[in-house]
Design a binder for this molecule. Structure first.
Ligand code: SF4
Length: 552
């Protein structure tokens, strides 16, 4: 683990120079753990010379905090793709560095690759820019490929030959390949998370200022039907308490940020937090489930100085939440709000999704009642006094159908429809003091939807957007394709999606069955208490049993 600016000096001689590119700014890069695991794998290996590159929005270039070298001098350039917005940054970076944006126009080195969660969600909008992808959770596996590339580079092989020679490696996807690529999964013999991610750098530049981030779990047992993380990270796995303590002790941070898909699912959460508190280490938590917030736990959080609680409500009615398989119990939620208010937390942040399939005026009727009960619960927490928890901050985002989820076939709302819904929601909130409402911009969400479901034809749109100074509106005017073809219609379940070329282990028939259960608003029980019990519902049992790189 390095303090910012104290990276060990490395020489180029005999090493493969590797540029690890995070296509967003340094604050976001320092708050994301996946690429930092790859960084640790390579930087401690004498076979590589590694530098980090981040997107410098002001300077419109990829800048390295490690030196003033240009990106184009590195023979291996690795992009970490974490959000759909990274696709445009990737094109912007290639343009800024005068590297051809279409790999077929590139005569030789550098070799351009991408990894990260978007590589196993749907990377196809940027595939024409890439020589290859690493599909899956890296944890040492990408290093094996990088070693092979190093040998070939040192022996003077041409870029095209290198691509041919790595094509059989597990998790490697070469553009145009006909067979499916199998996602690589990190799982130990005892079915835990063998190498939890943690920060390589502690920096005040990070979004989580000065925090040391540790990954407590990966995947989620609930399977909310809109949530990609609940499907692409199956089976759910949890970190070992002892291993996490050792990681924290070695780093000696003043503050720890816990990262995970479902923090409150981790059986050792309270023990770990109590240990951090005893060590006089502050901590922060991301969004939690309301049904796990007992008063005793909230009292403990308050004693530890936590002032904000974030809860994801998601659907605007219980019917939609059930359809989405949210396993949300209103009584537990309002009880938690009452405790949060009574214990004088400053802010309660609530997240909603607008535009889930089948949403209607009836659901808004339920939302009105829900907001009234929310206001009553926060007042009840303070003995019925008019002032409850100081601020309830409500954020509404637009439903975006994500690949690999049971809602991947669903349409999105139009901008007008979404804006109309936000007006109704905002008006409802205005009836209550201390209830702040904000909604995301629907245009940006629809672009996210397009990129999320996009194919290689969307690559031309990305190049146009880059040429128009990142203006999607101008690019859409010049693009022969139609955004509506990608997001406005419902797809039939026999549709072949581009991402079907990836095998993440979840059976498509299971997703179809879950989509049908959404329409009937039927709950599916979560994965049992960890580990995965091979219940044979989602297909992971077969996938793991057949995978040479994993063991159950
Ligand atoms: S096989 Fe069963 S327990 Fe395992 S990930 Fe799938 S649904 Fe969960």
């Amino acid at each position: 683990m390095f303090k910012q600016g104290s990276m060990p000096a490395r020489e180029w001689g005999g090493r493969l120079p590797v540029a690890l590119v995070f296509p967003e700014g340094e604050p976001q890069a320092l708050s994301t753990l996946g690429w930092q695991s790859v960084y640790k794998d390579l930087v401690y290996d004498d076979g590589f010379y590694v530098e980090r590159f981040f997107w410098d929005k002001e300077g419109q270039r990829a800048g390295s905090p490690d030196s003033d070298k240009k990106l184009g001098v590195f023979p291996l350039i690795c992009f970490s793709l974490n959000f759909e917005g990274d696709y445009l940054s990737l094109i912007n970076i290639l343009q800024a560095e005068k590297i051809p944006v279409r790999s077929i126009e590139k005569s030789d080195w550098p070799l351009i690759m991408a990894g990260g969660p978007l590589a196993f969600l749907n990377p196809f909008p940027v595939v024409p820019s890439l020589d290859f992808l690493f599909v899956g959770e890296s944890e040492g596996r990408f290093k094996q490929v990088a070693h092979r590339i190093r040998e070939l580079w040192l022996s003077g092989e041409a870029c095209g030959r290198v691509i041919e020679k790595i094509s059989g490696f597990p998790g490697i996807f070469i553009p145009g390949q006909k067979h499916k690529v199998k996602k690589q999964i990190s799982i130990s013999g005892n079915r835990c998370l063998p190498q939890p991610g943690y920060s390589s750098f502690i920096s005040d530049k990070s979004v989580f200022r000065g925090s040391f981030l540790v990954e407590v779990n990966r995947g989620c047992s609930y399977g909310c039907r809109f949530c990609a993380a609940g499907f692409i990270y199956r089976p759910p796995r949890q970190a070992d308490l002892g291993a996490l303590k050792k990681i924290v002790q070695a780093a000696g941070p003043g503050k720890v940020g816990l990262v995970g898909t479902a923090l409150t699912d981790w059986k050792d959460l309270e023990t770990f937090l109590a240990w951090l508190h005893d060590q006089k280490i502050k901590f922060s938590l991301s969004s939690m489930r309301a049904d796990s917030l007992e008063r005793k736990f909230l009292e403990f959080l308050r004693r530890c100085g936590i002032r904000t609680i974030t809860l994801a409500v998601e659907g605007i009615s219980q019917t939609l939440r059930t359809a989405a398989n949210k396993h949300f119990k209103e009584e537990k939620f309002f009880a938690a709000v009452e405790h949060i208010s009574g214990l004088r937390f400053n802010t309660l942040k609530l997240y909603f999704i607008l535009g889930l399939p089948g949403e209607s005026l009836n659901d808004f009727g339920e939302l009105s009642t829900f907001l009234k009960r929310l206001d009553e619960a926060r007042k009840a927490g303070r003995g019925g006094k008019s002032k409850g928890v100081d601020l309830v901050s409500i954020s509404a985002s637009m439903f975006v159908p994500k690949p690999w989820t049971p809602l991947q076939w669903a349409p999105m709302d139009s901008e007008e429809k979404f804006l109309e819904k936000t007006r109704i929601f905002k008006k409802m909130c205005s009836r209550f003091k201390g209830l702040r409402f904000r909604a995301e911009k629907p245009f940006a969400a629809r672009i996210q939807g397009l990129l999320s479901r996009g194919d290689e034809k969307v690559h031309d749109l990305l190049v146009l957007a880059s040429e128009h100074g990142s203006s999607w509106k101008k690019a859409l005017k010049d693009w022969p394709g139609q955004i509506s073809d990608y997001i406005d219609k419902e797809f039939t379940t026999d549709t072949d999606f581009v991402w079907d070329a990836i095998d993440i282990g979840v059976d498509k028939n299971y997703l179809i069955a879950e989509w049908k259960r959404y329409r009937k608003a039927l709950l599916t029980r979560p994965c049992p208490a960890l580990p995965c019990d091979r219940c044979k519902r989602c297909g992971m049992d077969d996938f793991l049993a057949a995978d040479d790189n994993t063991s159950l």
